[in-house]
Design a protein around this ligand. Sequence first.
Ligand SMILES: Nc1nc2c(ncn2[C@@H]2O[C@H](COP(=O)(O)OP(=O)(O)OP(=O)(O)O)[C@@H](O)[C@H]2O)c(=O)[nH]1
Ligand SMILES: Nc1nc2c(ncn2[C@@H]2O[C@H](COP(=O)(O)OP(=O)(O)OP(=O)(O)O)[C@@H](O)[C@H]2O)c(=O)[nH]1
Ligand SMILES: [Mg+2]
Ligand SMILES: [Mg+2]
Lengths: 292, 280
Amino acid sequence: NLTDRLQKVFKDLRGHGTLSEENIQDALREVRQALLEADVSFKVVKDFVKTVAERAVGQEVVGSLSPGQQVIRIVHDELVALLGGQTETLKLDGRQPVVIMLAGLQGSGKTTTAAKIAKQLLKKGRRPYLVPADVYRPAAIHQLQVLGERIGVPVHPSQASEDPVAICRAAVLAAAGGRFDTLLVDTAGRLHVDATLMEELRRIKAAVQPAEILFVADAMTGQDAVTVAEKFNADLDLTGVILTKMEGDARGGAALSIKSITNRPIKFVGVGEDLDALEVFHPDRQASRILG
Amino acid sequence: FRGKKQIDQELFDELEEILITADLGVGTTQDLLTHVQQQVKREALQDPAALRQALMDRILYYLRRPELESHMVMPESGPFVIMVVGVNGVGKTTTIGKMAHKFKQAGQSVLLVAADTFRAAAIEQLKIWGERNAVEVVAQKSGADPSSVAYDALDYARAREIDVVIIDTAGRLHTKVNLMEELKKIKRVVAKKLETAPHEILLVLDATTGQNSISQARQFHESVGVTGLALTKLDGTAKGGIVVNICHEFNMPIRFIGIGEKMEDLRDFEPEEFVKALFA
Ligand SMILES: Nc1nc2c(ncn2[C@@H]2O[C@H](COP(=O)(O)OP(=O)(O)OP(=O)(O)O)[C@@H](O)[C@H]2O)c(=O)[nH]1
Ligand SMILES: Nc1nc2c(ncn2[C@@H]2O[C@H](COP(=O)(O)OP(=O)(O)OP(=O)(O)O)[C@@H](O)[C@H]2O)c(=O)[nH]1
Ligand SMILES: [Mg+2]
Ligand SMILES: [Mg+2]
């Protein structure tokens, strides 16, 4: 792992001395390799390594830590800082009903995550309403209906023949009079390069003015994470990110890529297929995981 | 390297960035570049275009080793059984809908098997693909034992003399031991029913996934033995370069690529086109 690799790099540098440009080069190469293996995007790695170099060079080799451990500490701290200092929660105190919109690539886990959030809101004493705005995927509306039934959250009646924007507007009307206080809009998976479908997301946003627009991304996403997140953010001005399928063995470097390019908080992580499997994001845990 | 006049470190850096951002992975990229670097010395290459060609040829070599030219061969008698596996959300069910279309167009009769009895509306989703293709779908209730659905489907296929049987399984992370055991059981039950089946165990990989695809390939191969790959969502901006490493390490042929969500959006894998697209 990275610790062992860095120990090797610094095996001749002991006790008193400073981390210099020369002895740091090999260490930085190892850090770069570890981050790329963890799926952090190329450009994000480049900037990150530069920052680490600036912070490491000139540092005294402190007695208690080996130089390798010192570099790891700098890398780890920098990762945690970048991934987001404090835990961020959903903004639920604005004008009611609050609308939470989920968007992302195909298969990232939006529909399942919508139900997970609804279940949590129900537990908190709120009155959630699930809105199936995916009229394209076969049985997508049915999928959300099944999940809604399972957790006892009502699902807005919709048909695949309707227009997603119309569905969302109707759902907001149905929530009127305090019948529901939180709407969870499940949108169809789409490519960031599909102009028509990205425009549809903007129209949904304009129609229902969400308090939260959450980008749902697969934790195992590779180099493409930065391109996709940048486009979704440019088109929608996201308020947060959810990473799914985190209970697998993906290193999850996409977390760093997405956070760096959008500067939006990673609010939750999906850690399983059952509807309780939604946790708060922990930057320090993610940093350790990325470093392997 | 468009407009580059010489082979220098800057060119190698550019090529490294192209390959890494295409998800080839840092290790595979280093192996490839080291190989062409030696080639440059040996052959005293001067032209950047020659270097690029050498690199593309080397990637092609990884992708099409002779064993990889194994095609899916229809058995002498009985249905050709394909079991489709992979982690959650990669496009298994949709790919099955597309394959049904392809086989029907080729004049084959097709039967789909709804052995994802776990995920909400999975059976309904496959049934819609069945309707779109005018092919039958064997299904039981949600929550049924997937092995029993597969077992019944093979009886049905034999009785109706169906040419191709495609089994849809639930998405599952390769790290979940009990779920991988379930997959092994489906395979065993199918083999009990029809000795040579499944004839193809198709692992579906998402082109947007990074290095974790290697772990997926390794684990699924270890558990049930993967005989072919399908790479989906190549209509996005991800290049799917991870398959270069997977083909090289596991000797798995890439059968199909997915380039969209409609039933026609399936192509046979074309290595040269794929390699060109890596550099596009
Ligand atoms: N292992 C695991 N699977 C998950 C998680 N979240 C969702 N899934 C699974 O991922 C697959 C896709 O989930 P969906 O909710 O259908 O994804 P989606 O984004 O709505 O898909 P589209 O609507 O087609 O874009 C399903 O098999 C889910 O059960 C998670 O945190 N862990
Ligand atoms: N753009 C694009 N989308 C695809 C492609 N293949 C599948 N999809 C979409 O990806 C999403 C997930 O597809 P599914 O077929 O449900 O995936 P799955 O592997 O069966 O999912 P689970 O059964 O939940 O594990 C759907 O929205 C599909 O339309 C492709 O080649 N290109
Ligand atoms: Mg969905
Ligand atoms: Mg499926």
